[in-house]
Design a protein around this ligand. Structure first.
Ligand code: ATP
Ligand code: MG
Length: 255
């Protein structure tokens, strides 16, 4: 069930896809959670907008809590906040994540997120995890705890070369720690149907046997408006072609 959205390359659409798929789940009546593991906090500002507070519970608080052993630890729901959208909750990011990383690694806390995800599965029907553009402690924690992995791809030649390393990294984590992890597939993002190169590149990926999901997400300037207004596409413009593609992608995913 928990779905991690991951690509080491920056700016391919991880946060955009995480938040929009989550918003669609919530709009369809499912209790939904987003966990923002990226210290940049893009998903957090996208979903909370002006309602974000400096002292709100967050994911750094969750990880910090794992460092102080307690006979009765706080439940992971203590680090979650509601968003302005019904049924959509968030474990917000925090810049403090960066400083925590070395400590968490040396104290071997890599399985703590998995434990929390198991518990959160009792409260939430869908959990989406946004990750930073790096295979760091937090990304690995997410891949160890998740059931599915989505890989956004931006039709760029450098991204394409990086895809194979990325798939190897995911398969290694699967083999070592998480046999239940399934690569749901590659999400083609910012697709321009009228240009030849992106189509050729995607067809080559398919020919090479990579799991490319349908439909491709079109490029649209509307997404900037959606970020700026802190309003996911399903709430801002449900009939837009990008929204429709996101809904079709969402509905095509196994749960
Ligand atoms: N379908 C799309 N059409 C047009 N622009 C898009 C689309 N998807 C994403 N973008 C733009 O691409 C940029 C990167 O998107 P996003 O922040 O979601 O990527 P990311 O992979 O999370 O980045 P990072 O690695 O920095 O966390 C944003 O400015 C966003 O507006
Ligand atoms: Mg991001």
């Amino acid at each position: 069930m928990p779905l991690v959205v991951f690509n080491q390359k920056g700016g391919v659409g991880k946060s955009t896809i995480t938040c929009n798929l989550a918003a669609i789940s919530a709009s369809q009546g499912l209790r939904t959670l987003v966990i923002d593991l990226d210290s940049q906090g893009n998903s957090t500002s996208y979903l909370l907008g002006a309602t974000a507070r400096d002292d709100q519970p967050n994911v750094a608080g969750f990880f910090e809590h794992t460092l102080s052993y307690s006979f009765r630890p706080l439940p992971p729901t203590d680090f979650i906040v509601p968003t302005p959208f019904e049924r959509l909750h968030l474990m917000p990011s925090s810049p403090a994540l960066n400083e925590l990383q070395t400590k968490l690694e040396s104290r071997q806390k890599i399985f703590k997120l998995r434990e929390a995800l198991q518990e959160l599965g009792n409260t939430y029907e869908r959990i989406y995890i946004d990750t930073p553009p790096a295979l760091n402690f937090f990304t690995r924690s997410a891949l160890i705890g998740a059931r599915g992995c989505l890989i956004p791809f931006d039709c760029d030649q450098f991204s394409r070369q990086a895809l194979y390393t990325l798939m190897d990294n995911v398969q290694e984590i699967r083999a070592d720690h998480n046999p239940k992890l399934v690569v749901e597939g590659i999400v083609v993002n910012q697709f321009q149907p009228r240009a030849n190169l992106p189509l050729r590149m995607v067809n080559e990926l398919i020919a090479e046997g990579l799991p490319v999901l349908q439909p491709y997400l079109p490029s649209s300037v509307k997404i900037r408006e959606s970020h700026e207004q802190s309003l996911p596409m399903i709430f801002m413009d449900p009939n837009h072609k990008l929204t429709q593609a996101l809904v079709a992608l969402h509905d095509g995913l196994r749960n």
